[in-house]
Design a protein around this ligand. Structure first.
Ligand SMILES: Nc1ncnc2c1ncn2[C@@H]1O[C@H](COP(=O)(O)OP(=O)(O)OP(=O)(O)O)[C@@H](O)[C@H]1O
Length: 702
């Protein structure tokens, strides 16, 4: 291409910068690959560790063909200070003006992408989206240009840079327009697992993403407002801004179930973050016992109630007894006697301290030994620390501690609470009614921890008891998605895993489908131990088309009065169809609707009441359609997923076929929960929803 054409065509220039950036990234990767660690590592273990770090670094420097290296450009009006340009992870990510066009004289130009790329001189070619200098890409507006003159967004087709869109934020003659590239990104068909939204994070989302590590943020947002996306991007941001601290303390994402975690598991690795653990609450608390049983919902509600924490606290502390006998330690020819009243004083003092039961159990023998040492010194001996330790291990001291402050096994303790009516009554006095106590006692009391059919709620109780005995390790940051479904005791379980860190709490009160679901964020945050959290609201919907969300929102007055409906950013007229069919024709009509949807691009979810799944599986199979289960990855070849309503939460499909709403409602123990389940099912579609029913629709939808 002739030189003059190259300089006058912005697309050509931008492609050249892309090619140069890719070459620079390749060179960065080659530099790491060429590292020779033989000279720097003294031993084999160090070499292994270093090599695995290098391997990770090489992986993080991969150039993914279909992942654009940069998606935006900012031309600043002035030079940007070094502090602003530098991210917390170091490296001035600043680009020299390329081509010097656009009439700019003294500003600077930055290409914004997923990761930092620099050239052979260390000059930046692409700057990380999380760096402070990138923030105006998400926040700058005509009203507040943040020193940005010109913002450019790039569009890609199959890895090729094919379009760009400009905004001159300081040009008064230019009018505000909605971004077509943003619209196209939001409307891009969904196939495969959830993807990142770095290129199109919205200002109100960006504020949450970049809120500081010190504080806990709680986000209330209707279906498709980007809560999950925001939570995952916040982790990526925090890891960038506080890399060392979080590498030490660890981060965790808590989700409702395995299939949901599968759905989101690619997002953080795509953003270069490989180290974030993902788990359900069950995973977190299941290490001590195997969960094999289930609770009646009434029992689960009581077990999940915060009053149980106090029952457990009392039960644990009830093991401490008043010493009746003095402790007599024999060493050589001498006997040392610590009277009972003195040991009682020690016990009372330990009980008064804010100390874990197990820590006090460890401290008591040392206290007794210290009292013996004082007596030895008074008698003219000069014992040292070793003598104190030896006395602490003396059989007489051990026996006394065993009687006064015995070790407590968390699982055994919970087993006793759930099987020994008298023990429960003593500790639940004034907390649980007699009827409530009866409800949680095991119908068939198990003999041992091993043989008990523990339920998920029991495992949470054991986790609480374990924390009373020994403090649970706290991570640096925890994200809790679909938080509205957690019980108070579950909030406590997650809360102790971020007791010295912070949290991002994401949820929607209207989508709470557990019998114990959250009624107010204030209460939830209290149980989490983060009452000082800020509650933010997201109201713009990026998933569900306007017509569909309007239809689903008819349920809101019944399921969450007071919550405002989501404002969809997606027009998509004709996206909703509600069809009534005869009972005998329902299955065939559902299969036909799936076939119709399969003619379109993207993923298809057939959502139905759990009880309807076997019949619909058979109908699909009879019609020759293979299908996936939630959590299995959709591909271009396999795009249809059969989704039990109980697993639909958090997921999305381009086209949704919803089978028999009345059955979805009836699948739940009460009407409100049923309608909430239906609300979740109605809000999974990105492009189109077909509702098929033979039974009358719930009145609220009428
Ligand atoms: N700023 C954005 N740009 C592009 N897509 C976005 C943006 N925000 C959210 N999305 C997309 O909208 C969809 C819904 O987002 P997400 O699943 O995070 O919503 P949610 O609030 O967690 O929904 P739910 O309450 O149903 O679980 C996803 O496909 C997500 O990628």
């Amino acid at each position: 291409m002739p030189a003059h054409e190259e300089s006058s065509n912005p697309l050509v220039r931008e492609r050249a910068h892309l090619a140069a950036s890719r070459a620079a990234l390749r060179a960065m990767r080659e530099d790491v690959q060429a590292l020779d660690i033989r000279d720097v590592t003294a031993n084999w273990v160090n070499a292994e560790v270093l090599q695995s770090q290098i391997d990770d670094r090489i992986k993080s420097l991969a150039d993914l063909a279909h992942t654009p290296l940069f998606f935006g450009r900012l031309d600043y009006q002035h030079l940007v200070g070094t502090e602003t340009a530098e991210g917390a992870s170091g490296g001035v990510a600043r680009s020299a003006p390329a081509g010097g066009g656009c009439g700019r004289r003294e500003g600077e130009r930055f290409y914004i992408g997923r990761r930092h790329v620099h050239d052979a001189h260390g000059d930046p070619m692409v700057i990380d989206w999380r760096a402070p200098v990138s923030q105006p890409f998400y926040q700058a507006s005509r009203n507040n240009p943040l020193d940005v003159d010109h913002r450019r967004r790039f569009g890609y087709t199959g890895g090729e840079l094919t379009a760009y869109e400009d905004e001159h934020l300081t040009d008064p003659t230019e009018t505000e327009q909605t971004s077509k590239l943003l619209q196209a990104e939001i409307e891009r068909p969904r196939v495969g697992p959830m993807r990142d939204i770095v290129a199109t994070i919205q200002p109100e989302q960006d504020e949450i993403v970049r809120s500081d590590l010190g504080g806990t943020v709680c986000v209330q947002g209707g279906p498709g407002t980007g809560k999950t996306a925001v939570g995952l991007h916040r982790v990526a941001y925090l890891l960038y801004a506080h890399r060392e601290r979080l590498a030490r303390t660890g981060t965790l994402v808590v989700g409702p179930n395995r299939s949901f975690l599968h759905y989101i598991e690619q997002v953080l690795p795509a953003l270069g973050e490989m180290e974030v653990r993902q788990a359900t609450v069950e995973d977190l608390v299941a290490s001590r016992v195997e969960v094999r049983g289930t609770d009646e919902s009434a029992a689960a509600v009581i077990k999940g109630d915060a009053r149980m924490a106090e029952v457990l606290r009392r039960a644990v502390r009830s093991h401490v007894t008043t010493p009746a006998e003095p402790v007599v330690v024999v060493r050589g020819s001498r006997r040392w006697r610590v009277p009972a009243y003195e040991i009682e004083e020690m016990t009372v003092e330990l009980l008064a301290r804010d100390m874990r039961y197990g820590a006090a159990h460890e401290a008591l023998p040392q206290r007794i030994a210290h009292a013996v040492l004082v007596r030895m010194e008074e008698a003219g001996e000069a014992p040292d620390d070793r003598v104190q330790n030896a006395v602490a291990r003396n059989p007489a001291v051990k026996a006394a501690v065993k009687a006064i402050w015995p070790a407590v096994d968390p699982a055994k303790l919970v087993l006793r609470i759930l099987t020994d009516a008298e023990f429960l009554a003593t500790h639940a006095e004034g907390l649980l009614t007699g009827d409530e106590q009866k409800q949680i006692l095991m119908a068939r009391p198990a003999r041992s921890v091993k043989s008990a059919r523990w339920t998920a709620a029991d495992a949470v109780l054991i986790d609480e008891a374990a924390d009373l005995v020994a403090r649970t390790h706290s991570l640096g940051h925890v994200v809790i998605d679909e938080a509205q479904d957690l019980s108070p005791m579950q909030y406590r379980a997650v809360g102790r895993r971020c007791s010295t860190g912070s949290a991002t709490v994401l949820g929607d009160l209207a989508q709470g489908t557990t019998p114990w679901s959250t009624r107010s964020w204030e209460q939830a945050l209290f149980h989490l131990g983060k009452s000082d959290a800020v509650v933010e609201e997201l109201t713009a919907g990026f998933r569900v088309p306007r017509e569909v969300i309007a239809y689903a929102s008819r349920l809101l007055p019944s399921i969450a009065p007071g919550l405002a409906p989501v404002e969809s950013v997606r027009e998509a007229p004709g996206s909703l169809a509600v069809r009534e069919v005869a009972v005998a024709d329902l299955d065939a009509a559902v299969v036909a609707a799936c076939e119709e949807s399969l003619l379109q691009e993207g993923s298809i979810g057939l959502i139905a009441a759990d009880a309807r799944i076997p019949a619909l599986s058979a109908a699909l199979a009879a019609a020759g359609h293979s299908f996936l289960s939630p959590g299995q990855e959709t591909t271009a070849e396999s795009r249809l997923t059969l989704v039990p309503a109980s697993l639909a939460k958090g997921l999305e499909y381009d086209y949704v076929v919803l089978d028999e709403p009345a059955a979805v409602v009836d699948g739940e123990p009460d009407e409100r929960t049923g309608l909430r389940r239906l609300y979740v099912a109605l809000t999974r579609a990105v492009s189109g929803l077909v509702v098929l029913h033979a039974a009358p629709l719930p009145d609220q939808l009428g």
